[in-house]
Design a protein around this ligand. Structure first.
Ligand SMILES: Nc1ncnc2c1ncn2[C@@H]1O[C@H](COP(=O)(O)OP(=O)(O)OP(=O)(O)O)[C@@H](O)[C@H]1O
Length: 242
């Protein structure tokens, strides 16, 4: 589904090298955590999948397509295949919950007759049907984040990317958010979650890719039925950066 072949990313203005020689393959239907210290390159990796950034070395493939070659409309089409969740909810403050979701459906050209059912399903999945007429500022932080996830999952995208989705939440809300991502995974989505939270890793054990100073230093799958411990170490056979 997603493949990184020797990917490097240098931010042009500051010449910051955020990723080096990243090789990674994420299969359809996988659930993957990307972990690492602040500045390790997690957000950069997600931005490359979203095609907000283009690899400065190597190539990122999505469903077999080299994302570097996408042009204009193709970029918009590509992003429609991805549900993106950020640390902050990024809901539009002057619209109700329902209107925030309807806005996405309108932009994506979904026929108006389908809106009520899609909105109802999306809010039911996150347990917030009763909040559809609320404005974002009338929601708790946890509720707003659940609406943001409902919005990301509105069109059942095959891939869901979440960048620190529980960073602003207490443990109970964090687990509620994880549960929603887990259900999307169980419905067949490929899910990639960048996180600092060890609690998430333990609550829903899955593959863990560890980034350190822009390199993949570990890539572990959980043992059958058990949780895993993640410890960072120097890259095998490579030079350690930073
Ligand atoms: N727009 C940008 N321009 C220049 N450098 C950037 C930009 N965004 C990130 N960087 C740099 O790239 C490196 C990787 O940053 P990135 O945001 O991917 O890390 P991260 O692992 O997501 O960190 P955090 O956990 O703090 O969000 C860092 O050195 C950062 O300072």
């Amino acid at each position: 589904m997603i493949a990184f072949h020797r990917v490097g990313l240098e931010y042009p203005r500051t010449k910051t090298k955020a990723l080096y020689n990243v090789n990674l393959e994420i299969k359809k239907g996988e659930f993957v955590y990307v972990v690492g210290h602040s500045g390790a390159g997690k957000s950069t990796l997600l931005a490359l999948i979203l095609r907000r950034l283009v690899a400065t070395q190597g190539a990122v493939y999505f469903a077999g397509q080299n994302l570097k070659h996408l042009r204009g409309d193709q970029v918009a089409y590509h992003r429609r295949r991805i549900g993106m969740v950020f640390q902050d909810h990024r809901l539009l403050s002057d619209m109700t919950v329902e209107e925030n979701l309807a806005f996405v459906l309108q932009v994506q050209g979904v026929p108006r007759r389908e809106w009520p059912e899609r909105i109802t399903t999306a809010l039911r999945r996150v347990g917030l049907s009763h909040k559809k007429r609320a404005f974002p500022e009338e929601l708790s932080v946890g509720e707003a984040q659940r609406v943001a996830i409902a919005r990301a999952l509105l069109l059942d995208p095959p891939v869901v990317l979440a960048d620190e989705p529980t960073g602003n939440l207490d443990p109970a809300n964090a687990l509620a958010v994880l549960e929603i991502l887990k259900q999307a995974h169980q419905r067949g989505a490929t899910v990639v979650v960048a996180t600092h939270s060890r609690e998430l890793l333990e609550a829903y054990p899955a593959r863990v890719v560890v980034l350190k100073a822009g390199q993949v230093v570990r890539d572990e799958r959980p043992a059958e039925g058990g949780s895993i411990r993640v410890r960072e170490g120097p890259p095998r056979g490579g030079k350690e950066e930073g």
